[in-house]
Design a protein around this ligand. Structure first.
Ligand code: ATP
Ligand code: MG
Length: 564
C-alpha cells in the first residue's frame, strides 16, 4: 500500500486500488466523489451498511466527498417513513454527507429534457405496445427481440406524444417512451429499454406534478453524472446495466462517472431482499422494521449492535468481485469484541431461585466492590453491589441430583457467590408439585469477597442479586430468525416464511437485576456476567426496565481469522 492511508485499520480492496490508480493518473483531477443511492422503498439492512461504509470510507480516506441520494423514481413503493429511517441509519453509522442530500426527483426536469434530446436525435420513441407485448417482443437470452411497430414514428410525432404523456392526457400503462438501441443485442438491457412510464400517482416530493416517471435505469446514471460522482460503486447485478448507462451518457454527451461493481453481502440464517423483509413486517412475523431480530440497521441498533462493530465486520468481510455467503457468527464476533471492550459488568438473574442464608444476620447488608471492566487490567473502576441474607441465584445454577460435570450448586455442595462469600446448600424446599422453590444455605464468614479462607477450592462461581435490593426487569432473548442457513431453500409449495425460527424470541418477565442499573437508559450496554451482553430497549422505563440480549458471551465463531 502507498502511504495515503496510514490509519491502523486502513483497508485495501480492488475498489480502493482503482481509486488509487485514478489518483495517480490524475483521471479525475484529484477528485474522489462517491455516493450511496438508496431507493426509499424499505429500511436499510446490513448489506446496505456494507455499501454505505465502502462509499463513505473511500471518500473519507482519500479526502473526497460522499453524497446521499435517494433514487426516488417509483412513487408507488416509496414513503417518507423510509426516507427518514434511511437518513437516521446513515447518520448513526457515522457516514457524514454534510449538506449533500439529494434526490433523483430533483433532476426530473433535467431527465425529461434529456429524454426530449434523445427523441430529437432519433434515439427514443413512444411505444403503444402493452407491457405484455413489450415483454413478448423482447425475445429471450437465446433469441433476438422484434422491433415494435411504433419504433419508426417520426421525431415530430414522438415529441408530440411524449409531451402529451407528460401533460397527463393518456391513461396509465397506455404508452411508454423507449430508447432506440438494438432489439437484437445479446445484452437484454440494450433491447430498447423503457425510459418513461405513465403513472398518475402522487410522489412524496413532487406531489401531483408528474404524470410520467423515469425508470430507475434512466435516472440512476444521469443522476451520478449531474452530481459529478467519480466512482459509481454498485453491486454486481448492475454489471449488465453498465453498457446501457454508458450508452445514455455518450448519447447525451455529458460527464461520465466510472461504474465499479462489487459483490453484495449475504448472511446466513437471514434474508436481505427488501421485498421479503417488507413481508416479515406486514405479515406480523416480527414486531416492525426495528425488531431486534431483523437484519435491518434499525433492528441491529435496537438489539445493541454498534456502528463500530458493524464497521469492524465490514472490514473483515472485505470487498470482492464474487458473491459469497458470510457466517452470521462473524457479525456476532465483531459485536462481542466491541462490547467486551466497552460494556461494564453487572449481575442479573434471569430465572430467579430464592436462597436464604440462614447463618447470615437478619438485618445486615454489606456492599461488595464489583469491577466494571475486569477484562481490562488498566481499568480499576468498580461499583458497589449490596448483599443480604436473602438472595436470588439462577435457577439453572442449582441441581438436586447433578451429573458428574455439574460444578454449580447442589445439596451439600459449596460454591462461590461472585465477589461475596462461599455458600453451602443445606436444604431444598419444594412446593406440593415437587418443584424446588427455595434453597437454604450457610455461608462462611471467612470467605468475604469470595476469597478462599484456607486454600480450599470451590469449582463453581455464581452470580446473584440481593432480594431486598434487586430491581425487576424484562429480558428479551433472541435467536436466529430462520432455522436454515439459506432461508429461501424451501419445500415445494412453501415459501421462506416456513423457515422462520419459532424460538427466535423468548421474553423473560421475572428477571432481577442489581440496583446499580436503576438508572439504566435506553441504549445503555452492560455485560450481565455469565449471561451475555445486553442493551436497554427503548421500551424500558425507570421501574420497568427492559433489556435485549445483544449477543451471548461465548464464541460460536471458531474459524475466525484475525485481521492481518
Ligand atoms: P431493491 O433495489 O431490490 O429494492 P436494493 O437492496 O438494491 O433493493 P437499493 O435501495 O437500490 O436497494 O440499494 C441501495 C444500494 O445498496 C445499491 O447501490 C445497492 O447496490 C446496495 N446494496 C443493496 N443490497 C446490498 C447488499 N446485500 N450488499 C451490499 N450492497 C448492497
Ligand atoms: Mg436496488
Amino acid at each position: 500500500m502507498t502511504n495515503e492511508k496510514n490509519e491502523s485499520d486502513a483497508r485495501s480492496d480492488f475498489v480502493r486500488n482503482i481509486v488509487l490508480d485514478d489518483l495517480k493518473s490524475d483521471k479525475w483531477g484529484g477528485r474522489v466523489h462517491t455516493r450511496f443511492p438508496p431507493e426509499p422503498n424499505g429500511y436499510l439492512h446490513i448489506g446496505h451498511a456494507k455499501s454505505i461504509l465502502l462509499n463513505y470510507g473511500i471518500a473519507k480516506e482519500f479526502g473526497g466527498k460522499f453524497n446521499l441520494r435517494f433514487d426516488d423514481t417509483n412513487p408507488l413503493k416509496e414513503e417518507s417513513e423510509y426516507v427518514e429511517s434511511i437518513i437516521d441509519d446513515i447518520k448513526w453509522l457515522g457516514a457524514e454527507f454534510d449538506d449533500r442530500l439529494y434526490h433523483a426527483s430533483d433532476y426530473f426536469e433535467q431527465l425529461y429534457e434529456w429524454a426530449v434530446q434523445l427523441i430529437k436525435d432519433g434515439k427514443a420513441y413512444v411505444d403503444d405496445l402493452s407491457a405484455e407485448e413489450i415483454r413478448q417482443y423482447r425475445g429471450t437470452l437465446t433469441e433476438p427481440g422484434k422491433d415494435s411497430p411504433y419504433r419508426d414514428r417520426s421525431v415530430e410525432e414522438n415529441l408530440d406524444l411524449f409531451q402529451r404523456m407528460k401533460a397527463g392526457e393518456f391513461p396509465d400503462g397506455s404508452r411508454v417512451l423507449r430508447a432506440k438501441i438494438d432489439m437484437a443485442s445479446p445484452n437484454m438491457n440494450l433491447r430498447d429499454p423503457v425510459l418513461y412510464r405513465i403513472l398518475h400517482a402522487p410522489h412524496h416530493r413532487t406531489g401531483n406534478y408528474w404524470n410520467i416517471y423515469p425508470m430507475y435505469d434512466w435516472a440512476h446514471g444521469q443522476s451520478d453524472s449531474i452530481e459529478g460522482i467519480t466512482h459509481s460503486i454498485c453491486t454486481l447485478e448492475f454489471e449488465d446495466h453498465r453498457p446501457l448507462y454508458n450508452w445514455f451518457l455518450e448519447q447525451l454527451g455529458v460527464y461520465h462517472p466510472q461504474q465499479i461493481e462489487f459483490a453484495k453481502l449475504f448472511l446466513t440464517y437471514t434474508i436481505m431482499s427488501k421485498r421479503n423483509l417488507i413481508r416479515l413486517v406486514e405479515e406480523g412475523h416480527v414486531n416492525g422494521w426495528d425488531d431486534p431480530r431483523m437484519p435491518t440497521i434499525a433492528g441491529m441498533r435496537r438489539r445493541g449492535y454498534t456502528p463500530a462493530a458493524i464497521s469492524d465486520f465490514c472490514g473483515r468481510i472485505g470487498v470482492a468481485k464474487a458473491n459469497n455467503l458470510v457466517d452470521y457468527g462473524l457479525l456476532e464476533f465483531s459485536v462481542r469484541e466491541d462490547l467486551n471492550a466497552h460494556a461494564p459488568r453487572a449481575m442479573a438473574v434471569l430465572n430467579p431461585l430464592k436462597v436464604v442464608i440462614e447463618n447470615y444476620p437478619e438485618d445486615q447488608v454489606e456492599k461488595f466492590d464489583v469491577p466494571d471492566h475486569p477484562q481490562d487490567r488498566s481499568n480499576t473502576e468498580t461499583h458497589k453491589v449490596p448483599f443480604s441474607r436473602v438472595i436470588y441465584i439462577e435457577r439453572e445454577d442449582f441441581m438436586e441430583d447433578p451429573p458428574g460435570k455439574f460444578f454449580r450448586l447442589a445439596p451439600g455442595r459449596e460454591v462461590r457467590l461472585l465477589k461475596a462469600y462461599y455458600i453451602t446448600c443445606t436444604d431444598v424446599i419444594k412446593d406440593e408439585d415437587g418443584n424446588v422453590v427455595e434453597l437454604r444455605c450457610t455461608y462462611d464468614p471467612q470467605s468475604r469477597g469470595g476469597r478462599s479462607p484456607d486454600g480450599r477450592k470451590v469449582k463453581g462461581t455464581l452470580h446473584w442479586v440481593s432480594a431486598q435490593h434487586a430491581i425487576p426487569a424484562e429480558v428479551r432473548l433472541y435467536d436466529l430468525l430462520f432455522t436454515k442457513e439459506n432461508p429461501s431453500e424451501v419445500e415445494p409449495g412453501k415459501d421462506f416464511t416456513s423457515n422462520l425460527n419459532p424460538q427466535s424470541l423468548q421474553v423473560l418477565t421475572n428477571c432481577l437485576v442489581e440496583p446499580s442499573l436503576a438508572k439504566a437508559r435506553p441504549g445503555d450496554q452492560i455485560q450481565f456476567m455469565r449471561q451475555g451482553y445486553f442493551t436497554v430497549d427503548p421500551d424500558s422505563k425507570p421501574g420497568a426496565l427492559v433489556f435485549n440480549r445483544t449477543v451471548t458471551l461465548r464464541d460460536t465463531w471458531k474459524k475466525i481469522k484475525k485481521k492481518g
